[in-house]
Design a protein around this ligand. Sequence first.
Ligand SMILES: Cc1cc2nc3c(=O)[nH]c(=O)nc-3n(C[C@H](O)[C@H](O)[C@H](O)COP(=O)(O)OP(=O)(O)OC[C@H]3O[C@@H](n4cnc5c(N)ncnc54)[C@H](O)[C@@H]3O)c2cc1C
Length: 394
Amino acid sequence: MKQHYDIGIVGAGPVGGYLAAELSKKLDSIALFEQHKNIGIPMNCAGLITPRVFETFSIPKNDIVQNEIIGAHIHSPSGHTLSIGGDRTHAVSIDRTKFDQYLVEKAIKQGTDLHLGEKIVSIQTEKNSVELGTASGKKTECSILIGADGPFSKVRDLCGFPQPKEYLRGMGAIVDNINLDPGYVEIFVGQHIAPNFFAWMIPISKDGTKARIGLCIPKHDKKNPYIYFQNLFKKFPTSSYLKNSKIIEKTGGIIPLRSLSETVKQNILLVGDAAAQVKPTSGGGIYMGLVSANHCVKTINESKTQDGFSHDVLQLYHQYWKKDIGRELMMGMQFRKIFGKLTDADFDKYIQKFNTPSIINTINEKGDIDFPSTLLKPLLKKSPSLLRLLPRII
Ligand SMILES: Cc1cc2nc3c(=O)[nH]c(=O)nc-3n(C[C@H](O)[C@H](O)[C@H](O)COP(=O)(O)OP(=O)(O)OC[C@H]3O[C@@H](n4cnc5c(N)ncnc54)[C@H](O)[C@@H]3O)c2cc1C
C-alpha cells in the first residue's frame, strides 16, 4: 500500500533536515528522503559559517564548532597581503557532518519519518498530491513536495523548474601538519590560483595545524579544478603554506549560482541549493538556504486549510524569500561580474590600495559575511576611486 504524508522532503542536507524539524512542530506527517545511507557523508563543504546561523536557527554549538575565526589574510597574486578583522569572531569553522546530523536527528525526534538510502527517481503530479518513486521501487504520496536535494536537484529537473544559470566546481581537502594563524582564514586570488573565484585555507583546529583547503572555478573553465588544486602545493604564494602538509581526505563539489526565477509550482517548492539560494561572492549556501527554509515553513503553515493546503497561498513562498534575501543575492551577482573582470594586476593594485587603517576599520566595522553588500556604500565613501572600475565593467 502507498503511504501518504502531508509533506515529502527530498534531500536530508542541512536545509532538508532543518525544514523537517521546523515543519514537524505543526504538522503530523512528514517524510524525509535521503539517497545516501549516512547523513552528512560524503562531506563536500568548506564549513565556514557565521555565528548568526547558530543564533537565528537555534542550533547548539556543542561539538559542531571546531574553531573561531576572527579575521582573514587576503593574498594578491604577487604576494601582497591585506589583513582584515582581528576584532571579534566573524565566522566559525564547523564539522559539517555533525551539523547535518544534528538537524536530521532533531527532525526524527519531532516525528519525521526518515527514509535513508532512498533515491527519488520519479515524480508523478496529480491535482492535490504528488507521487514519489524511489530507485528501490517504493511509491509514496504527499500533499506537498519540497525539493531540498541540492545542486543536482532531481525535483527541479523532473518538475520543469528553470536551471541555475551558472555553476562553480570546487576541489578541496582536509590537511594536517600545516602551520596557519589559528584565528585567520587565508584567501588567495589570481588567475593562476582560481580564476573568477578564490582559494581558501581555513584552520579547523585551535592550534592551526589542521585545515580545510580548497578552491572553486567556473564550471565552463577549460582546465579541471584538480589542476589548480595541485598547483596550490607547487606554486607561489600558496605552496609555502602547504610544503609539509599531509592530505587526510579529499573533498569537492558543485555550487549553483543565480537563484531561480521560479521556486514554486502548485504544491512543489524548491529550497536551498536546489533553488540556487547561494551567496555568489563566497559560494556559501547554508545561511541563505536556512533563511529560505524559514520562509518555506511559514508559507506552508499559512496554507493549511481544513481540507488540505491552499496552492494559492503556497505561491507566496517565492515572494517571501525574494523580499528578504533577493536583493543581496542579486548584488552578489553584480559583484561577481566585477570580480570576474579583474586582472592579476588589478588584484595587486586593490589589495595594496585597501591596506590603509581607515579602509580596514571600515571593513571590520561594516563587513558582514552573510550580507557583503552592506560594505559597498561605506567602502565607496572611503575610496571613491573604486567607482572608476564601473565604466570598464559596463
Ligand atoms: C567546495 C564547497 C565548499 C563550500 N563551502 C561552504 C561554506 O564554507 N559555507 C557555506 O555556507 N556553504 C558552503 N558550501 C555550500 C553548501 O555546502 C551548500 O550551500 C549546502 O550544502 C546546501 O544545503 P542543501 O541542504 O540545500 O543541499 P545539500 O547539502 O546538497 O543536500 C542535499 C541532499 O539531498 C540528497 N539528494 C540529492 N538528490 C536526491 C534524490 N534524488 N533522492 C534523495 N536524496 C537526494 C543529497 O544526497 C544531499 O544529502 C560549499 C559548497 C562546496 C561545493
